[in-house]
Ligand binder design. Structure first.
Ligand SMILES: Nc1ncnc2c1ncn2[C@@H]1O[C@H](COP(=O)(O)OP(=O)(O)OP(=O)(O)O)[C@@H](O)[C@H]1O
Ligand SMILES: [Mg+2]
Length: 491
């Protein structure tokens, strides 16, 4: 009964308030109304112990979304999904198309920061009906986030809490974004969505070495303050070297997936000169990996210009074998005048320090061909050798491709790996399913066959080389004997 009484009472109070409000709106002149509003708000702030900050979705220019608003939206997404009762759902087009939940209009979630309690709510203003005639008359909705906290914490909230919200919101946005793979076409970057599935889990190599690389990458990505303190640009260089098909390109994709970075695949031969190289560098974004594949082929990095001049003189020789010339032209980068010093400036020049973290990764099949200046520590901080498949690496591949950890045939395979080298790419090829419901035994036998064949070939090759060498020695001694005899004749 009491509840009913209360409701009746409340109803009448609301009704009278609405009546007063309507009267107020209707009969009080506009100027006076705004005065009343102003003073009543002041009165409220005197007694009300909380501070409110509003972050509007659109500020200034109507069509640009406020950066703070979207950062807050991202920041609140995890809190909303556990606290709010009404949620909005949307799909983010990232690598795994995840569903992102955010709070719906007029919902409120609470947050805590160093013992301070704060409340976020999402509100909206409906300002006016659209003035434009349209088939779909839309009202003009302006959303905003409102942050409420006790006025005693003003400084702490303004100084550190808001900064941390914006930082984390932006980090979440980076994590959720679609990552891109950029390639350069001359002096322009163009991009596609980067969706390589490689991860460090699927990469076959010695577990300790793999863990070391992962730790190194994670440490780097978290070391912003450290790099700032020691006065170094926040970047790190990796040199991946090893024979073809040992997983260099795959590892780069795994790095990008691990850190959530964009990839810039820089084709040096398409870059006209050092200026263009610098321009490309400036246009790369933070949190990215700049990759130069096969660095030894992209650039004549041994002695540069002096060599070129010499070759030009040689080229003047008209009688030269045209085939040889062709080979040389193929080797030499066409039109590219990027020099070694240009590349070094690219790596550690002033511009490379602009705008956040970057990894620079070079790959090569021939580390011995590279100029020592290029790969010294500080430029290429970490040299990683990717080599032929070991038995441990094979086991990782078998687990990945065939879902097995052991098998009767592993012993034989282990023996063969001790005797013959095979690249992970070749091993992987044998482990690919040969029939529709993949058969483990068929794949393993195929690998054994492949290894035995490779062993046989290596044996034959060694024999052949030995024979050739013997013959060479023979013919040389014969020639020497002949010349001795001739000399003897002359004498
Ligand atoms: N260590 C590895 N772990 C898993 N898969 C590998 C590994 N190495 C090679 N592969 C497989 O072999 C294929 C070729 O590897 P990748 O392109 O990474 O070789 P690479 O070292 O970049 O060769 P290149 O020097 O010719 O560029 C990949 O598609 C990958 O599936
Ligand atoms: Mg490669």
């Amino acid at each position: 009964m009491a509840a009913k009484d209360f409701l009746t009472h409340l109803g009448s109070v609301i009704a009278s308030l609405m009546f007063i409000w309507a009267m107020f709106q209707q009969y009080i002149p506009y100027e006076l109304r705004s005065h009343v509003e102003k003073y009543s708000k002041r009165l409220v702030t005197l007694i009300y112990p909380y501070i409110q900050i509003t972050f509007h979705e659109f500020t200034g220019e109507r069509f640009t979304r406020s950066e703070a608003y979207s950062a807050i939206e991202n920041y609140l997404s995890s809190k909303s999904s556990t606290q709010a009762k009404r949620l909005k759902a949307d799909i983010v087009r990232n690598s795994n198309q995840s569903l992102v939940l955010s709070m719906d209009d007029h919902e409120e979630v609470s947050d805590e920061f160093e013992g301070i309690k704060l409340w976020w709510s999402l509100g909206k203003n409906i300002t006016r009906q659209s003035q434009v005639l349209s088939l779909y008359p839309a009202s003009d909705e302006k959303r905003f986030y409102k942050l409420t906290f006790h006025k005693g914490y003003r400084e702490k909230v303004l100084d550190s809490y808001l900064a941390s919200v914006l930082k984390e919101g932006k980090a979440i946005k980076v994590r959720n974004r679609m990552r891109k793979l950029y390639t350069n076409n001359g002096s322009m970057w163009s991009h596609v969505v980067f969706e390589h599935p490689a991860t460090f889990q699927t990469l076959a190599m010695e577990p300790e070495k793999k863990q070391e690389i992962i730790d190194d990458l994670i440490t780097f990505s978290k070391a912003e303050d450290f790099y700032a303190r020691i006065g170094r640009a926040w970047k790190r260089g990796y040199l991946l070297y090893g024979p073809p098909g040992t997983g260099k390109s795959t590892m780069i994709a795994a790095m990008a997936n691990l850190l959530g970075y964009d990839l810039y695949d820089l084709e040096l031969t398409a870059v006209k000169d050092n200026t263009e190289l610098r321009k490309l560098l400036i246009e790369t974004s933070s949190k990215s990996i700049i990759v130069i594949e096969d660095i030894d082929c992209s650039l004549d990095l041994t002695g540069q210009r002096t060599n070129k001049k010499k070759e030009k003189v040689e080229d003047g020789d008209e009688n030269k074998d045209p085939r040889q010339k062709l080979v040389k032209e193929e080797r030499e980068p066409k039109n590219s005048q990027v020099t070694l010093s240009g590349l070094l400036n690219f790596i550690d020049g002033l511009w490379s320090a602009c705008g956040g973290e970057r990894l620079i990764v070079f790959t090569t099949n021939h580390i011995e061909k590279l100029d020592p200046a290029l790969i010294r520590k500080g430029r290429m901080d970490k040299h990683i050798e990717l080599s032929y498949c070991s038995f441990v690496a094979f086991k990782a591949l078998a687990k990945n491709y065939l879902h097995i950890e052991s098998h009767d045939l592993f012993e034989r395979i282990g023996e063969l790996f001790g005797e013959i080298k095979m690249t992970p790419a070749d091993v992987a090829e044998h482990l690919m399913p040969k029939t529709v419901p993949g058969d483990v035994e068929v794949s393993l036998r195929s690998l054994i066959q492949g290894l035995e064949l490779a062993k046989e070939e290596a044996k034959l090759k060694a024999e052949k080389e030995e024979k050739e060498e013997e013959e060479e020695v023979k013919s040389e001694t014969k020639m020497q004997q002949n010349s001795v005899m001739e000399n003897g004749d002359v004498k």
